[in-house]
Design a protein around this ligand. Structure first.
Ligand SMILES: *Cc1c(COP(=O)(O)O)cnc(C)c1O
Length: 401
């Protein structure tokens, strides 16, 4: 912009630089920061049809949304400040007072908390089906109030697979919208919208951002569900910063490469775990021994780095000693970053409607990008500690649930 030569420095400091039309081409998109959007004419103001305020996202968010829309084979992709707000935002968009949700009993626990808390206050009921229930069993639970079926396959703590195509087809016939938490597949290994699901949600915090330093969520949708999400996002006003959107775009560049590495290493660890005396069973749908293997093989094209193991009965203290003995596996929630994590979990045994128990403590592992031999050696050190602690007398043995 050229300023009239008589303006004061005070004014020049404010108006003197070029408004941020992009001047140079780079492989990476610009981080366009902005709340105000400058309109070229009053015509643009009066007759709209273009972005006129930064809250809904500018260039950087647009680039990310387009890439995520393509990744999930969606009509439209919406981004949220966290994975949890993608879940809560989707439910707010799809549900009204008097409606009912049928949810898988193994949904991410904060999803259950939102259904029991905010949505119950708003007059929405939730009922739960067992992750092993067939489409026919779920169909029998549908009432005229049922609006949404919420899936998560595999469950992020307990790894049960669901027959998503059959459930989505049944729901479509019944006029019920299906939503899935697709974080485990990272939008890469499973394309829910190709299998009839209406909304695919991801915590982008996990593999897409991939470096344990950004919170973000995605809801990718088709058809009428996409229209409802668009209207609700506009009304509610979710905003994601361009800096965070940039980090997610950067994560996408290496997503398939990282996932291939996470998955290959996790499969190697899973096979190793199966052969260890401290382990009763391994929770990893890519293993032929896993009860969900047939569905995984039919619907998925790969696996990520998140697996679980049911250990031989051991005291809480012995499990803690093992986890604290690990040098490479950090003790923490979340997953999808470059680093390995190990956490003792109670796979929702207390909150589930359909009771399920495990014959020993459950350990969830995220296999990072470290050398897999180093990771296995670290696990062996921890298991040695576990065995020593467990063979000591007077320890109280514990099973989860
Ligand atoms: C982490 C996680 C979420 C929530 O994502 P945030 O970005 O942490 O809010 C949702 N679903 C699953 C399966 C997750 O693991």
């Amino acid at each position: 912009m050229t300023l009239c030569s008589t303006v004061h420095e005070q004014t020049r400091l404010i108006h003197g630089d070029t408004p941020c039309d992009v001047l140079e081409r780079t492989p990476a998109p610009p981080i366009q920061r902005g709340s105000t959007v400058l309109l070229p004419t009053c015509e643009a103001l009066y007759h709209g049809g273009r972005v006129n305020y930064g809250r809904g996202g500018l260039t950087t968010q647009r680039v990310l949304r387009d890439a995520l829309r393509d990744l999930e084979h969606a009509d439209e992709a919406f981004i949220y400040p966290s994975g949890l707000t993608a879940i809560t935002g989707t439910l707010l968009a799809l549900l009204s007072a008097g409606d009912e949700v049928l949810a898988c009993d193994t949904v991410y626990n904060p999803t259950r908390r939102f259904l029991a808390g905010t949505l119950a206050r708003y007059g929405v009921q939730a009922r739960y089906f067992d992750p092993a229930d067939s489409a026919e069993t779920i169909r029998a639970m549908i009432t005229p109030a049922t609006r949404v079926i919420f899936l998560e396959s595999p469950g992020s703590l307990s790894f049960e697979m669901q027959d998503v195509p059959a459930i989505a087809a049944m729901a479509k016939e019944a006029g019920v919208t299906t939503v899935i938490d697709n974080t485990w597949a990272a939008g890469v290994f499973f394309k829910p919208l190709d299998h009839g699901v209406d909304v695919s949600i991801q915590s982008l915090t996990k593999y897409v951002c991939g470096h344990s330093d950004v919170f973000m969520g995605l809801a990718a949708a088709k058809g009428a569900a996409a229209d409802l999400l668009a209207a609700s996002s506009y009304e509610v006003g979710w905003a994601v910063s361009p800096d965070d959107a940039y980090m997610a775009i950067r994560g996408l560049r290496t997503l398939s490469t990282r996932l291939a590495r996470h998955g290959a290493a996790a499969l190697e660890v899973a096979e190793w775990l199966e052969a260890q005396p401290e382990v009763q069973s391994v929770m990893c749908p890519a293993l032929p021994s896993d009860p969900g293997h047939a569905i995984w093989k039919r619907d998925f094209t790969g696996m990520c780095g998140l697996i679980g193991a049911v250990l031989q009965p051991a005291s809480e203290e012995a499990v803690a000693a093992m986890v604290e003995r690990f040098e490479l596996f950090g003790l923490g929630f979340s997953w999808g970053g470059y680093e390995s994590l190990a956490i003792p979990v109670d796979p929702q045994v207390k909150v589930r409607t359909h009771k399920h128990s495990y014959p020993g403590p459950v350990l969830r592992l995220h296999i990072g990008l470290e050398n897999v031999g180093d990771l296995i050696a670290d696990l062996r050190r921890g298991f040695d500690t576990l065995s020593q602690e467990t063979s000591a007398p007077q320890t109280k043995l514990r099973a989860a649930g």
